[in-house]
Each structure stands twice: as C-alpha cells, then as structure tokens.
Design a protein. Structure first.
Length: 259
C-alpha cells in the first residue's frame, strides 16, 4: 500500500507542479504577444479555451463517474459473494450427516483463503497464491459435494446444494474481473494531457493582468490534481486511501459464524 500511495501522491504532485509551470508559461507567452500585438493577442482564444475546457470537464466527469460506479460494483460483489457462500454453507444440512464435517472444514479453509487473497494486496504475488489455494479448494468442495449427493435420495436437495455451490464459484470470477476492469490507459493519458493543455490556455488567458493571481493559479492546479488523484484512488480501492476493506467485514463475520 505504501508504495502505491507514494507513487500516486508523487504523480499528483508532479501534475500539480507541471500545471503551475504551464500556467506561468502561458501567462508569459500571452504577455509577450500582447506587447507585440495588443489588438490580436486575444483573437480566437475564447473559442479554443471553451473547447478544451469543455472537453476536459466532460472527460473528467466521465472518468470520475465510471470510477465511482466500478467502486460501488466491487463493494456489492463482496456482499454478493458473502451471501452465496453463506447460502451454500447452510445447504450443507441437506447432505448426509457423515459428509458434512469434512465439507464444513473445507468451507472454513476456503473463506480464509478468499479473505487472505484480498487482504494481502497490494502484494500481487501473495494474493495470487491465496487465489490459487481458493480455486483448489473450490474443486475439492465440489467433488466432496458431488460424492455426498450420490448418497442422498432427494434430487431436490442435490439441485439446491449444487446450484448454491455453482453460484459461490461463479462469483469469484466476477470479482476477479471486476478488480481488473479499468478504463484504457489512453483515457488517463488524455485526461492528463488535457489538464496540462488547459493550464497553458488558462495562463494565457491571465496574461492581461499585470500581476499574477496566485489564488486562481493555485486553485486551478490544486482542483484538477486532487480530482485526478481521487479518480485513481477510486479505480484501485485496495491500494490507496479510498478502500472497500470495510465491506470485507461481512465475509469475516460469516467466517466467524462457521463453527
């Protein structure tokens, strides 16, 4: 977590400083042109600024909205997986009593592995080991449940049990894909590029003032840099300050109830 947080903070600070530099650069370019040709210095600038600022606002709203939506989906999937595991665990009662203790122990190991996989992030290698362990346990649980189902005379009970297990297994793929779902890198590159271009144009627009308006320059740079930081944090909620860890408590509570 510390490495990721440091990287994102460093990136945000670099973006902030680059925007300040371009604000000043744009202001100086505008001042020089205004001294050479005062009447034409601002010709057509408004249309260009409006187009670039509008595109920046649209792209920022798009990326923020998408990041927030994916953040909510990831939280909902944690609750959904908890419900699926809990349902499958309760339906173990439908199987012969002799098969239940081994299956319940496998379930406990499985939930431990699922929790560990996400708690070990951002250590990707360790998380993958736990995911592999959980996948192996899925196969063992399925085989145990199928074997136990052959000893029951209730087709309805078998259907309920195997359906619940299938849902429990399928949700893991959904969660894994949700973690890996992000906008293409080109979107973030465009966002940063437009932020820098907007800084240059904003600085140019401030060139009519004889003194620098630090309040506006700092306010513009801070606002855009912080917005980009929040978008990145929402996109990776297991690494930064904005996290989904609180929703893991539901799965932890389920684990504690598996006596």
């Amino acid at each position: 977590m510390m490495e990721y947080t440091f990287f994102v903070l460093l990136f945000t600070l670099s973006l902030f400083l680059a925007m300040l530099l371009l604000l000043e650069t744009g202001r100086r370019i505008g001042r020089r042109r205004g001294e050479k040709d005062p009447d034409e210095a601002s010709a057509g600038v408004g249309a260009v600024e409006g187009a670039v600022f509008g595109l920046l606002g649209l792209l920022m709203a798009f990326t923020f909205s998408g990041a927030a939506a994916r953040f909510d989906v990831r939280r909902q999937l944690i609750v959904e997986e908890t419900n699926n595991i809990g349902t499958a665990y309760l339906r173990l009662d439908l199987l012969p009593e002799a098969a239940q203790p081994a299956l319940r122990e496998s379930f406990r190991q499985y939930v431990d592995a699922r929790l560990a996989a996400y708690h070990k992030l951002p250590d990707v290698a360790a998380a993958k080991e736990e995911l592999a362990k959980a996948t192996k346990l899925q196969g063992e649980i399925w085989n145990q449940a199928v074997a136990a189902s052959r000893d029951t005379n209730s087709p309805a009970a078998v259907t309920l049990m195997l359906t619940a297990l299938n849902a429990m297994i399928d949700i893991t793929t959904t969660r894994t894909m949700a973690v890996q779902t992000h906008p293409p890198i080109i979107i973030f590159a465009m966002l940063v590029g437009l932020a820098l271009a907007s800084s240059l144009l904003a600085g140019y627009g401030m060139s009519n003032s004889k003194t620098r308006s630090w309040m506006h320059m700092l306010g513009f740079a801070v606002t855009i840099a912080v917005a980009v930081y929040v978008i990145l944090d929402l996109e990776f909620p297991r690494f930064g300050f904005i996290r989904v860890d609180a929703f893991d408590q539901a799965l932890m509570d389920l684990r504690q109830s598996m006596h």
